[in-house]
Design a protein around this ligand. Sequence first.
Ligand SMILES: [Zn+2]
Ligand SMILES: [Zn+2]
Length: 254
Amino acid sequence: MQPAATLAASLPGRLRRLGRIVVDGVLPPRCLNCGATVGEPDTLCSRCWAATNFFAPPWCAVCGLPFETPMGPEAVCADCARDRASWDRARAVLRYDKNSRRLVLALKHGDHTHLAGALGRWMNRAGGEVLDGADLVMPVPLHWTRLFARRYNQAALLAHAIRAAGGPPVAADWLVRRRRTPSQGRLSAAGRARNVRAAFALRRGRSVRGKRVVLIDDVLTTGATVEECARVLRRNGAAWVGVLTLARAVRAGG
Ligand SMILES: [Zn+2]
Ligand SMILES: [Zn+2]
C-alpha cells in the first residue's frame, strides 16, 4: 500500500481512538448496567452492585449451584448426584435474573461490546476453579447465518476478554455449528436438548486430544448447549472439560 493510502486508511481509526480518549477524559465514567455516574470506569454503581447476585461458595463442587448452608468442599447438588454431565465442572459469575438479564442482553443485542472487557474480567476473576490449569477457552459458536445477522458472537467476545485479563488462549472457531437451530428461548428442557443434538462439530484439523478445555458462553439455562459441545470435545479426546458462563439460571427454590 502507498504511504498516503496507509495514512488515509488509518486516520478514521486514529481519530476515533483520539476521540474516545478525549471523551473519557471529560465525561465521568458510567455504571455498566444503568448508566449512572460512578467513580471508576467499568464498574457498577452501588445500587446496581447491591441488586446484582454474584455467586459465592458454598456451592456444588461440580456445577457451582449455591447451597444455603456449608456442605463441605466436595458436596454435590441433587442434580449432579443423579446425573453427571459430559463436562467436569461449571461455574458462573451472576445469577440470571432481572438485573443480570439487562447486562446479558446489552452485550448480546445492544451493540454494547465495550461491556465485554469488564464482564470478561469478572469471569476471569470468579472462574479460577475452571480456568486454572486450562489449556484453552472455547466460545460456544453461533451459526454463521446468525453471526452474519448479529455481526459478533458474544461468547467469543467474552472468551477474548478472559484471555486479555490473563486467562488461557482462545480457541476461536474450533467448534462449529453445523446447522442452524431455532432459538432456545421458548423450548422446554427436553426440547432444548433435542434442538441442539448433533448441532456442533470440531473443525477439521483441530485437535483437543489430552487438552483441558473450558467452554465459554454468556448464559447457562438448561445446559443443553454446553452439554452437546462437551460431548463433541470428549469424543475428540479432551482430557477435561470445564464450563464458564457469565450468568446462570437457577430454578426458584434451587
Ligand atoms: Zn447502576
Ligand atoms: Zn451440581
